[in-house]
Design a protein around this ligand. Structure first.
Ligand code: AMP
Length: 423
């Protein structure tokens, strides 16, 4: 027998209730995008590898260990995108999107990204992200707060109050330079006890050591110097101003002076989103500010701030009660069953389905071959709101599943109620 082909490790098929919730998540994000003046953009799934090396950074795990390089066919070396920001900046420069009087640009996206990680709960090799990038010549505090507010408010609408941000302020290049030196000094004497990756990180970018998942190195990092000690008075005040605005907006956050994030391009504010309780200790989304990315990619010097939700992780946070709220929104409105199996019964079913669907309600009919008992069970399984019965004499009866009552209804009355959206 031929071998059964299964999906690659770290990928998923998303279907059934999960797909409904996934679509619900993106529909809520879409509404937030619209309300915050964000325009959507689609970019390629693969790009030239050097785009990611130059933007995400050679010192990051994402580029160093996790990138999927495509087999070169004699052209440029290309890779599957491991994140969105780099590709969006490339598109922004290539299409001169920055040449608009209406800055800041606000771009939003969804799609899959690829990272060769060890698959485990909440960690996929093909994952799905949805996020935004806000870009301007000089980003002002309103745009930054808008970005953080969009991020937090959308997550709160999806998951409830049970969320908080972890934030840090990485400051200007000068502060990070001093911090890098202090970290190098601190880790120098511990180098021989640290993992091979951290030995490399020590050389290339010691900030990355703070991100190490190996317990010994992680614990060592807890006593390492804080960025806060190197921030200028101006940076400290700016960070406090941002926190005051977060307080004013009722956004819950904790400051973590060791948060560095897994990408090299961040400057200024960085943030991650977590669930307060639950068994998923992973970030549900993350983002930050960057100042050098467009210039690094040979475009004009601009500043940006953005975030990305891990859509797969948001999906995992839907407990039974959140799930059933969403599934009720997707419930089928009408399940139609005809006891009249003759041609006039067929015509009546089709007429009624057409009337219902034209009124923008959802409806399906039981196949003519299906027995009534089985159809009733199917309607219940599908979380149907109303059962519509067509009797032998073509008269109609309607049953409201939430009230369990069944009553006769004329076709005229039914059509009128549909048009008045009484269901
Ligand atoms: P990043 O692009 O690394 O800032 O990640 C943004 C968000 O994507 C994270 O906060 C996670 O929610 C999600 N994410 C990152 N890596 C994975 C992964 N391997 N599997 C599932 N979600 C992920």
């Amino acid at each position: 027998m031929a071998e059964q082909i299964i999906k690659p490790r770290g990928t998923q098929d998303i279907f059934g209730d999960n797909k409904k919730i996934y679509d619900y998540i993106t529909s809520v994000l879409d509404r937030y995008f619209k309300n915050y003046g964000v325009n959507k953009i689609d970019i390629p799934t693969f790009e030239e590898t050097k785009l990611f090396i130059r933007s995400v950074g050679e010192s990051t795990d994402i580029v160093n260990k996790e990138i999927y390089n495509l087999e070169s066919k004699g052209e440029h070396q290309t890779s599957l995108r491991p994140e969105f920001t780099a590709g969006i900046m490339r598109a922004l420069i290539e299409n001169k999107l920055y040449a608009t009087p209406d800055l800041p640009l606000k771009l939003g996206y969804y799609g899959s990204v690829y990272r060769y990680e060890r698959p485990q709960k909440g960690r996929y090799r093909e994952l799905h992200q949805g996020g935004v990038e806000f870009v301007d010549n000089n980003l002002d505090i309103i745009t930054k707060i808008d970005c953080l507010n969009l991020f937090y408010s959308a997550a709160k609408e999806l998951l409830g109050d049970n969320i908080y941000l972890v934030i840090n302020y990485l400051g200007a290049e000068d502060a990070r330079k001093k911090w890098r030196e202090a970290l190098r000094e601190f880790f120098k004497s511990h180098l021989d006890t640290m993992c091979e990756d951290c030995k490399r990180r020590f050389e290339v970018n010691p900030l990355r050591i703070l991100d190490c998942k190996v317990e010994h190195d992680h614990e060592l990092g807890l006593n390492a110097p804080n960025i806060t000690d190197f921030l200028s008075e101006e940076d400290k005040k700016y960070y406090d101003d941002i926190c005051t605005e977060l307080d004013n907006l009722g956004i819950k956050y904790k400051r973590d002076p060791h948060l560095v994030r897994g990408l090299d391009y961040y400057t200024g504010i960085v943030f991650e989103l977590y669930l307060e309780q639950g068994d998923l200790p992973l970030a549900l989304g993350a983002g930050g500010q960057y100042a050098n990315l467009t210039a690094e990619l040979n475009g004009p010097k601009m500043e940006g701030i953005g975030f990305s939700f891990g859509l797969d992780r948001l999906l995992m946070c839907f407990n039974e009660s959140l799930k059933s709220d969403v599934l009720n929104k997707y419930a089928l409105d009408f399940f139609v069953y005809s006891f009249n199996k003759n041609p006039e019964g067929v015509k009546e079913i089709n007429d009624i389905l057409k009337t219902i669907r034209n009124s923008n309600y959802s409806a399906i009919a039981a196949p003519m071959t299906k027995a009534f008992g089985g159809s009733l069970k199917q309607a219940a399984r599908m979380n149907t709101k109303y059962l519509l019965l067509i009797n032998e004499d073509l008269s109609l009866e309607i049953k409201d599943f939430s009230k369990r009552e069944q009553q006769k209804i004329s076709k005229e009355e039914f059509t009128k109620m549909l048009s008045e959206r009484k269901f």
